[in-house]
Design a protein around this ligand. Structure first.
Ligand code: GLV
Length: 308
């Protein structure tokens, strides 16, 4: 089997991936340039047009968990299955970043960092974790794992998803647009882990922020395009949003002149909440390549019409 590795990574990153993939699936012939024999494309946000003209292509395996940029390529072969990356190491890293954000907001650690800059010694009131209501938006692999990790620390966790039926979860789950505003009004911290789809793009807008408890915090670890930046900045300036932890942005890297960098109540991360780890992700790729060869069901297939 011949497999193509392509994406928007630099040469060092590409070599790391190639090494990890060769180790995980040595029986596959790996190449870096498209050729007509390619049956599998393992991709990390490849530039548009890269996957055109591959007559034997049978699987597009993303190295990214979010496939929004991949699906935006109008030249993507329409009938080839796409699998997204679901890597337990990445979900664990995401839950850690979420936990750090929630703990820092709950216990005032961002405020202490600010106080230190002016040598201000001022303990803040301390609440118990069960007095802090955290709403997790999105209940995929990462959302669920994060919600459970926060619940294990004692937080009052609820979750919301844009669509989907009722699954038994050990926390309250709201589903569908009508359920969102009531949940926002009951939350101290809202943590976004939704997939970016036409239905969720721009969801975090003026109406969303107006529905929050005054002073609630936002943690966005999903995609920048979920947020209407001007609406978030207005909500921050009006103290309707007390603090925002942002890992993802409309334009990445975040341009140096962007207001987020210097806003006193915004914490900026460089899209680093959960990086894909070549060692564990290569094992996930290996499972799907072996399933493809053995005619077994593929894991984590994307439903294109749904957008994830
Ligand atoms: C990172 O944002 C990913 O989608 O893998």
């Amino acid at each position: 089997m011949r497999a193509l590795l392509c994406g928007s990574f630099d040469a060092a990153e590409r070599d790391d991936w190639l090494q990890a993939l060769r180790q995980a699936v040595p029986e596959v012939g790996w190449c870096l340039e498209p050729d007509p024999e390619v049956e599998v494309a393992v991709v990390a946000n490849p530039p548009p047009h890269q996957l055109q003209g591959l007559p034997r292509l049978r699987l597009i395996q993303s190295l990214w968990a979010g496939v929004d940029r991949l699906l935006a390529d109008p030249t993507l072969p329409p009938d080839v299955p796409i699998a997204r990356m679901v890597d337990p190491a990445m979900s664990a890293a995401m839950a850690q970043t979420a936990l750090w954000s929630v703990l820092s907001l709950h216990r005032g650690f961002f405020r202490y960092a600010e106080q230190q800059r002016s040598a201000l010694w001022q303990p803040l009131p301390q609440r118990r974790a069960d007095e802090v209501a955290v709403l997790v938006l999105g209940l995929g692999e990462m959302g669920r794992r994060t919600a459970l990790a926060l619940q294990a620390q004692g937080y009052a966790v609820r979750a919301w998803r844009h669509s989907g039926g009722a699954h038994a979860e050990p926390f309250e789950v709201g589903s569908g647009p009508a359920a969102l505003a009531p949940l926002l009004g009951r939350s101290d911290i809202v943590l976004n882990l939704l997939p970016l789809t036409p239905a969720t793009r721009g969801l975090l807008d003026q109406a969303f922020f107006a529905a929050l408890r005054p002073g609630a915090a936002l943690v966005n670890l999903a995609r920048g395009a979920h947020v209407v930046d001007d609406d978030l900045l207005a909500a921050l300036d009006a103290q309707q949003v007390g603090h925002a932890v942002l890992d993802v942005f409309h334009t990445e890297p975040l341009p140096p002149e962007h207001r987020y960098w210097r806003h006193p109540r915004v914490t900026v991360l460089p899209h680093a909440a959960a990086l894909t780890d070549p060692r564990s992700a290569a094992q996930v790729v290996a499972c799907n390549l072996r399933a493809l060869r053995g005619g077994e069901p593929l894991q984590h297939l994307v439903q294109r019409e749904r957008g994830y």
